[in-house]
Design a protein around this ligand. Structure first.
Ligand code: SAM
Length: 291
């Protein structure tokens, strides 16, 4: 069966009484080149184990199985396993797990399923939960690379550099732990049903150690990042006030900003990872009373 032939796909779905769900972000790929190129970018080889989130009816899954040693796909919609039993019949390196990827113990899944293989992620993500899924994948600390299709707007945010309009807390988070690289776009007409937005494939190679290390620890580092982007149109000092104002006051914040060599009128969006680490350490020291 050709899973990229719209007539065949519609007949398959009708036979299973399947209805698309918006809330589960169901837009299935129906242009042959797209699943092929995504798998080529993200499936590695026979020495790799690939986690796919949301196989849908299996068009990307099939391409992943052609390349990887093993493919484990997690699907939330209980209507899809019977469809996949038909479309993935005979794929011996394929395992389906029914459930919500956000509720799974991912490190345990990887250690159980991918012994002796390099764990990777390759998926066309449900766009409504793409950010929490990406965080869970990074937090699992198991994957060598995460290659996913997301809304173009999200892909640009993940890879955005300081000073650009797309740069924000999500960019800092992903760039601290990975090296995001936008690979190519996939237009709406490649999907059934067609989404309203353009999609992009992004590959995030996971760093062996975070890009910078702040002495204050990662939790405090991210409090600072959150504070720095809280009021994007204001200065860094004003924006940090939303998180640290009650503890440090305006002057304490201004002093910490100046101590790490930043001009008083700087905005949070101008800071790179090194500058965020230095700022977090200065604020941390100020909170500890200068010690
Ligand atoms: N991989 C297929 C393709 O490229 O045609 C389908 C991709 S579709 C954009 C997203 C898929 O993720 C759907 O099959 C949907 O049911 C599934 N999904 C949505 N939320 C999920 C979750 N929390 N955990 C696992 N799968 C999920």
């Amino acid at each position: 069966m050709n899973l990229c032939d719209i007539r065949e796909v519609k007949a398959l779905l009708a036979r299973h009484g399947f209805r698309f769900s918006k809330s589960m972000g169901q837009n299935f790929l129906v242009a042959e080149w797209a699943p092929r190129d995504i798998a080529a970018a993200g499936a590695g080889g026979r020495d790799c184990g690939v986690l796919e989130i949301g196989p849908g009816i299996g068009c990307l899954t099939r391409e992943l199985c052609k390349r990887a040693g093993k493919v484990v796909s997690v699907e939330l919609d209980p209507a899809l396993p019977p469809v996949l039993a038909e479309t993935m019949d005979g794929a011996e390196n394929f395992t389906l797990i029914s459930g919500d990827v956000l509720k799974l113990d991912l490190p345990e899944l990887v250690d159980r399923e991918f012994q002796g293989l390099t764990p990777l992620v390759c998926a066309n993500l449900p766009y409504n939960v793409a950010s929490p899924i990406l965080r869970a994948l990074v937090e699992a600390k198991r994957f060598a690379a995460i290659t996913v299709m997301v809304q173009r707007e999200v892909a640009l945010r993940l890879a955005a550099k300081p000073g650009s309009k797309d740069y924000g807390a999500l960019s800092v988070y992903m760039q601290l732990y990975t090296q995001p690289e936008v690979l190519f776009d996939v237009p709406p007409e490649c999907f059934l049903p067609a989404p309203k937005v353009t999609s992009s494939v992004i590959r995030c190679r996971v760093r062996e150690t975070p890009a910078v290390s702040a002495r204050c620890g990662e939790d405090f580092f991210f409090q600072v990042v959150k504070g720095a982007f809280a009021l994007r149109r204001k200065t860094l000092c004003n924006s940090l006030g939303t998180v640290f104002g009650s503890r440090l006051g305006k002057e304490g914040i201004a002093q910490a900003v100046s101590q790490c060599g930043l001009p008083p009128a700087v905005r949070g969006e101008a800071l790179g990872l090194e500058e965020f680490a230095a700022l977090a350490d200065c604020l941390w020291t100020a909170m500890k009373g200068g010690r």
